[in-house]
Design a protein around this ligand. Sequence first.
Ligand code: NZQ
Ligand code: ZN
Length: 393
Amino acid sequence: MKDFKYYTPTEVVFGKQSEEKVAELVKKYGGTKVLVHYGGQSAIKSGLLDKVCGLLSQEGVEYLMLGGVVPNPRLSKVYEGIELCRKEGVDFILAVGGGSVIDSAKAIACGVPYEGDVWDFYLGKLHAEVCLPVASVLTIPAAGSEMSESSVITNEDGGIKLGYSNDITRPKFAIMNPVRTYTLPSYQTAAGVTDMIMHTMERYFTHDDDMTLTTEVAEAVMRTLMDSIFAVLKNPEDYRHRAQIMWGGSIAHNGLTGCGVADDWATHQLEHELSGMFDVTHGAGLAAVWPSWARYVYKENVSRFVRFAVNVMGVTNDFTDPEGTALKGIEAMERFYHAIGMPINIHELIGRDITDDEIKEMARKCSRDYKTTQGCFKVLNHIDMETIYQMAK
Ligand code: NZQ
Ligand code: ZN
């Protein structure tokens, strides 16, 4: 069992009227001049943005707005935000949206007090010591950024998608109203659930399998999400199941399912190259890669894959054939992905065959020019990465 730190400082305000608290919470955490950061049209169309701004005005909190964050948020928008915040003396960033908006907000927050280029943090050149406070009104449960310490930004120059983790960027508060997720398209709902299940699996597939409580929590999270996704695809306004999914997204990525274990993250790293190159939805990219990663690595710890197959996917344990049981679990996961409209390979993800050159390029980037390995369930070098992409073709 690994020693661990569990640090989850975000105040969660969850429920049907939760956004009513936004101005009170901004003030509580010291915001006097707020950048309201948002994405494309969804928060405008639903009236959420107007509501949030109205509440800030009512409470006398000054604000300005910056929209236009796109999925796989871009560095150029981060630069725009940094400049605006400096010019206007912003002291608090409120993200109204999903992972992309929150990640863009975190990057802006780190960039404002830093004299150099904020991309330095993502390149791992140095660590931010200070940042502006960030908080969110969450509209799509998926990335878990509302409680996480990380953000992922795409540099348009070269299509390079990199993550940066720092506890100081953990949001001060997260407002979560499941009703606000009723308008999500089925594809985004399913991709979101795929992402949160993957956040759990990145920690579940580990060699530190003696932290039983963490394992049991992870299995409950995965089973609940798999149950609830079918209910909301059938009835998008099913509050009870929307609520499980919304809270599940946060629990899956706030550290709880990682206590006492070494986490892997290879599937995420492999996926970031897909969304960096093809601008695909992150959750769908994960579904396209995971089955191939799993088939490539399961022999490292067959019993863990057997446990997953039986306890999460409901496969009958064939005690005479552990490998067969493990593989049935992977096949069951593929059936689950298809059942919720997710791809299980790259062709299904991008709608065409990927070329060998593109695969080589992704393996080069994922291994940071052949210098870095990824994952720890099985440590992957660039040749392993290339092989997994080939298997996932
Ligand atoms: O831009 P708008 O119009 O708002 O539309 C968005 C967007 O097109 C739409 N949407 C959001 N809420 C909606 C809605 N549509 C209807 N009704 C609503 N209530 O959904 C689309 C996707 O939004 P996005 O924010 O991109 O989704 P998600 O939360 O999945 O975030 C994905 C990003 O998070 C990163 C991913 O790599 C990706 O860039 N991740 C961040 C992590 C973190 N910070 O800890 C961890 C994750 O592993 C992930 O890598
Ligand atoms: Zn993810």
